[in-house]
Write a protein that binds this ligand. Structure first.
Ligand code: AMP
Length: 204
């Protein structure tokens, strides 16, 4: 299947995409993760986009597509963080078809609370938050990597990211509803209960 996860930053779409990827053995492509890796590597692209990411702004389409085209599997994938606006969605449609769009819905209040608590592994990207604390304070349970607070999770930057979401990404709801491939799930519930709803949808 070719699946897209939509949702505000910190709605839990990354967590759900990663769980689903393991469950249905389908590659999970997080564009945010791809970009953060470039920044970490200090590649030419990474150096150009570091300040945009830290400010919560979107990176230019030409860079995003160049990166995505290199790693988007042909047969099946779970795409998280892409598309961010109608133009990206239309360009993606030229590359491939999409079977299902899952929108993880969450209030701004919850998002801002989660942003304060979220830490992630700088090595494998595993995420910890309000209800998922690591066993060791600053180390990842999976790979022992260092746990960091993302620079773009400061409350001012999250507000900026929410503003971009409302102005651009939210328009994708109507775009995919029209295609009859849109499914929304309440993201404020527990991770397992959101996961069950998503799995039920996929099985149906
Ligand atoms: P995310 O991890 O999905 O919240 O993405 C983190 C940051 O990466 C975003 O705030 C943007 O700066 C950048 N980013 C991720 N995906 C895209 C995209 N599809 N288009 C442009 N910028 C993106």
């Amino acid at each position: 299947m070719k699946i897209i996860f939509l949702g505000k930053p910190l709605s839990g779409k990354g967590t759900q995409a990663s769980l689903l990827s393991k469950k249905i053995r389908t590659p999970h492509i997080s564009t945010g993760e791809l970009l953060r890796k470039e920044v970490q590597k200090k590649s030419k692209l990474g150096r150009c986009i570091a300040t945009l990411i830290a400010a919560g702004k979107l990176i230019p389409d030409k860079d995003m597509f160049a990166l995505l085209e290199k790693c988007l599997p042909k047969k099946q994938f779970i795409l998280d963080g892409f598309p961010r606006d109608i133009r990206q969605a239309k360009n993606l449609a030229k590359l491939t078809n999409i079977d299902l769009v899952i929108d993880v819905v969450c209030s701004d209040k919850t998002i801002l609370k989660r942003a304060q608590a979220r830490i992630s592994c700088e090595n494998c990207g595993h995420i910890y938050g309000l209800n998922f604390k690591p066993k060791e304070k600053e180390r990842c349970d999976n790979c022992n990597g260092r746990l960091i607070h993302r620079t773009d999770d400061s409350s001012a930057t999250v507000r900026k990211r929410l503003e971009i979401y409302k102005r651009k990404t939210k328009l994708l709801t109507a775009f995919y509803k029209k295609q009859k491939i849109y499914f929304s799930v309440q993201g404020e519930k527990t991770v397992p209960s959101v996961q069950i709803k998503i799995l039920n949808k996929i099985e149906s």
